[in-house]
Write a new protein. Structure first.
Length: 643
C-alpha cells in the first residue's frame, strides 16, 4: 500500500461500517488518488462510493464491535486516452490500496456529458443543416436526449452517445417531446467532443401541436378538499445515522450512484430474538427495450443503472409533493467529475403511512369485532432519466411483509409519422403525426437473503391439480409441490400463472413450531417476458431478461445482473456468464435475482404526461413466525374498533 497524506483528513469515527461515505471522505479519497499521481488533467470521476466490507466483517462488527477498515471505491475515466480505472483507497490507513486499468470497457454516462452532448449536437453544422431541411431556422429550442449507443458491431470507435433531437417550438417552457425530429440520429464521441456520424433517414414533418401539462394550460379542478396528515406525538421510527428502527424492524439505509437506495442488514425482532432476513437488497439493473424497428427507435434500449448511474439522477424531494406527513430525509452524497463531493439534498424520504386494514374479524354470534389498521414504513427515492421519472419504493409492514414497488411516470419518448399515417409499432397521440413507440421497462433486483442466518436454500412452489380417482372423488383437489433448486442452472426459472408459481427461501437448519424450515416467499406481482428476437443485441446485453428468477452463491464481485460495464458492451456478462458454472446454491449463502417489469403499449391517456404506472413484488414470511406477528398491533386510537 502506498501511504500518502491527503490534503483533508476524514472523520472515520462512524457508528457503523456500512455508513455511506461522507462529503469529507469523498474529498479525502480523491485527494489521496491525486497525491499518488493517478489523477491527471483529463481524469473524470465516474463514481466514488463506500467499498462495502465483506459480509463476515459486518456480521463480526455487529456481534462484538470488531473494527473494519474504512475504504472507498472509485471508477475513473481518463478522457485523453479513453482508459477506465478502478481504485480502492483506505481511509483508515490514508493510502491507495490499488489502482487498476480495466481494459475494453466504457463506464457509465456522467451527468456532465448530458449537457455537453446537447451543446455539441446543437453547434454541429451538419445537424443545423439537417434541421434547416426540416424548416427549423432557429436552434435555440433544440433539445437533445443522449441515448446510450449500445453495441451492434457497426459503430464508430470511441465513447459514444446516440443523440436524438426534439424542438421546443413554443419557447424554453414548451414540452419539447411534442415535437420530435424523426429520422435524425446523431452519434457523438464524448471524449473527442465531436459528432462522428449523422444519419438522416428522410424528412418527416415535425409535429406542431403543443403538449402542455402545466396549470396555466389546464386550470385545476376546484372541488378537491384538503387532506391533513399529522402525527402530533411524532413518528414511530428512530434514526441513528443511517440505521432505522421502526416497530420490530431494524435496518440500514444506503445510497449509491448506480443503485440509488440500498437496504442493508434487514432484521425483525421476534420476542427476545432479533432475526435476520436480508443482508443487502437493491436494484441491480434495469433496461428499457423499444419494440419499434423504425430507424430512430430501433436502437433505443437504455440501461438506466449500468449506463446512466440512476442514483446520480435522484430528485431533491419536496414535502407535500413527493412525500406527505412527518418526513425524515437523507441526503445523497456523490462525487462530481472533478472529484468533489456533490450533495443531492433530500434524496431519500422516510415516512409512515396508514395502509387501511391490517386484520379484522367479527364474531357474528356475539357481535364482537376486533380490527387493526395497517401502518407501513416507506423508504423512497425518485430519479429523472431524460423523459421518464422512476420512483423506487420499499415498504415494510407490521406483519413482517416487505414490498418493493416502482412508480413510472414522466413523458413518453416520442416519434413522428407523416400526417394521415398510422404507426404499426406504437400509439398515435394526436392528428399531427405524434406517436409513442411500444416498449418495456425491465428491472432486476439483487436480494442477498440471510433468513435466520447465511445458510439458505431456494424452493420453487407450484400448485398442481390432483388426478381424478378414489382420492379425488369430486375433482376438487389441488395442492402445492415444492422443488429444491439446487444449482444455478436449475434455478433459472420463469413465472407461471398456470401453476400459481412462487419461490421460497428457507433456512434448513432452523425449524419453526411445526418442524418445517423457516422461510420467506418471493411473490411475483408484475412480470414481463422479452419479445425481441433471441439474437437481438439487447437480449445479449440484458441476458437477465430471459428468466424471472436466478440464484447464485454469494459473491461480492457479482453485483450487477448485466455485468459491471454494460455501456457499449457486446453482452454476455453478468448472470448468464456467472451461472454457466452451475454452482451449488443449496444450503449455502445465496443471492436471489428477480426480474420483473411492465409492458407499455402507450395510451392516449399517457399524453402529455403519464399518470403513474405501478409494478413490483413482495416478500412474505412463510413459516418464519409461529403465528401472526401482527396480533400485538394496538387497536386504532380513534373510534370504537373493538368490543
Amino acid at each position: 500500500m502506498t501511504v500518502t497524506e491527503p490534503a483533508t483528513t476524514p472523520d472515520t469515527t462512524l457508528t457503523h461500517p456500512l455508513e455511506p461515505l461522507s462529503a469529507a471522505e469523498i474529498s479525502a479519497a480523491a485527494d489521496l488518488l491525486r497525491a499518488a499521481g493517478h489523477i491527471g488533467p483529463a481524469s473524470r470521476f465516474v463514481s466514488l462510493v463506500l467499498r462495502e466490507p465483506a459480509k463476515d466483517a459486518v456480521l463480526a462488527h455487529d456481534a462484538d464491535g470488531s473494527p473494519v477498515d474504512r475504504q472507498a471505491f472509485a471508477v475513473v475515466l481518463d478522457k485523453s486516452d479513453g482508459r477506465t480505472y478502478e481504485a480502492v483507497v483506505s481511509l483508515t490507513d490514508r493510502g491507495v490500496v490499488s489502482w487498476e486499468h480495466v481494459p475494453g470497457v466504457q463506464p457509465q454516462v456522467m451527468l456532465e456529458e448530458f449537457f455537453e452532448c446537447e451543446e455539441i449536437v446543437k453547434a454541429a453544422p451538419e445537424v443545423q443543416q439537417a434541421l434547416r431541411d426540416r424548416g427549423v431556422t432557429s436552434f435555440d429550442g433544440v433539445m437533445v436526449d443522449p441515448w446510450s449507443a449500445g453495441h451492434y458491431g457497426d459503430e464508430h470507435s470511441g465513447r459514444l452517445l446516440r443523440a436524438l433531437v426534439w424542438i421546443k417550438i413554443g419557447g424554453p417552457d414548451d414540452n419539447g417531446y411534442a415535437h420530435p425530429v424523426e429520422n435524425l440520429v446523431v452519434y457523438v464521441d464524448m471524449n473527442a467532443k465531436r459528432v462522428v456520424d449523422l444519419q438522416d433517414h428522410g424528412v418527416v414533418p415535425i409535429p406542431q401541436q403543443p403538449g402542455p401539462y402545466t396549470p396555466d394550460a389546464h386550470p385545476p379542478r376546484t372541488d378537491l378538499k384538503p387532506i391533513e396528515i399529522t402525527q402530533p406525538e411524532g413518528t414511530s421510527f428512530q434514526v441513528d445515522g443511517h440505521e432505522v428502527r421502526w416497530q420490530k424492524w431494524r435496518f440500514r439505509i444506503g445510497f449509491t450512484p448506480r443503485e440509488g437506495v440500498v437496504l442493508h442488514t434487514v432484521r425483525y425482532s421476534d420476542g427476545d430474538r432479533e432475526r435476520s432476513i436480508l443482508h443487502r437488497a437493491s436494484l441491480s439493473e434495469m433496461v428499457v427495450p423499444y419494440g419499434d424497428p423504425a430507424p430512430t427507435h430501433r436502437r433505443k434500449n437504455a440501461f438506466d443503472a449500468g449506463e446512466y448511474n440512476i442514483g446520480t439522477l435522484a430528485n431533491p424531494l419536496e414535502l407535500g409533493c413527493d412525500c406527505l406527513g412527518e418526513i425524515r430525509y437523507f441526503d445523497g452524497v456523490i462525487v462530481d467529475g472533478d472529484g468533489n463531493p456533490l450533495t443531492i439534498p433530500n434524496a431519500v424520504c422516510l415516512h409512515e403511512e396508514d395502509y387501511g386494514l391490517l386484520w379484522k374479524h367479527t364474531d357474528f354470534r356475539t357481535e364482537k369485532t376486533e380490527v387493526r389498521r395497517s401502518r407501513r414504513l416507506v423508504i423512497s427515492f425518485v430519479a429523472t432519466v431524460g423523459n421518464y421519472e422512476y420512483g423506487f419504493f420499499w415498504y415494510l409492514y407490521q406483519d413482517g411483509n416487505i414490498e418493493f414497488e416502482v412508480k413510472l411516470t414522466g413523458i413518453l419518448s416520442t416519434g413522428a409519422v407523416a400526417p394521415g399515417t398510422t404507426p404499426t409499432h406504437g400509439q398515435l397521440l394526436n392528428a399531427d403525426g405524434l406517436y409513442a413507440p411500444i416498449h418495456q421497462h425491465v428491472f432486476n433486483m439483487r436480494l442477498d437473503f440471510d433468513v435466520d442466518g447465511v445458510a439458505n436454500s431456494v424452493y420453487e412452489i407450484n400448485t398442481e391439480t390432483d388426478p381424478p380417482g378414489p382420492d379425488n372423488p369430486i375433482g376438487n383437489g389441488f395442492r402445492t409441490v415444492a422443488t429444491l433448486l439446487g444449482t444455478e442452472q436449475a434455478a433459472q426459472r420463469r413465472v407461471s400463472l398456470d401453476s400459481a408459481r412462487y419461490w421460497k427461501i428457507v433456512n434448513p437448519h432452523v425449524p419453526n413450531a411445526v418442524g418445517e424450515p423457516v422461510g420467506y416467499v418471493l411473490k411475483p406481482h408484475g412480470t414481463v417476458v422479452p419479445f425481441v428476437q433471441p439474437d437481438a443485441s439487447v437480449m445479449k446485453r440484458a441476458g437477465f431478461m430471459a428468466q424471472h428468477l436466478w440464484v447464485t452463491p454469494h459473491s461480492p464481485a457479482e453485483m450487477h445482473a448485466a455485468g459491471d460495464y454494460p455501456n457499449q458492451h457486446q453482452g454476455g456478462e453478468g448472470l448468464p456468464r456467472w451461472t454457466a458454472a452451475d454452482r451449488n446454491v443449496s444450503d449455502t449463502d445465496v443471492v436471489v435475482w428477480y426480474t420483473f417489469g411492465t409492458h407499455h403499449q402507450a395510451r392516449l391517456e399517457d399524453w402529455p404526461v403519464m399518470p403513474v404506472q405501478y409494478v413490483g413484488f413482495s416478500l412474505q414470511p412463510s413459516g418464519f413466525f409461529d403465528r401472526s406477528p401482527a396480533l400485538d398491533v394496538p387497536r386504532p386510537a380513534n373510534g370504537h374498533c373493538g368490543s
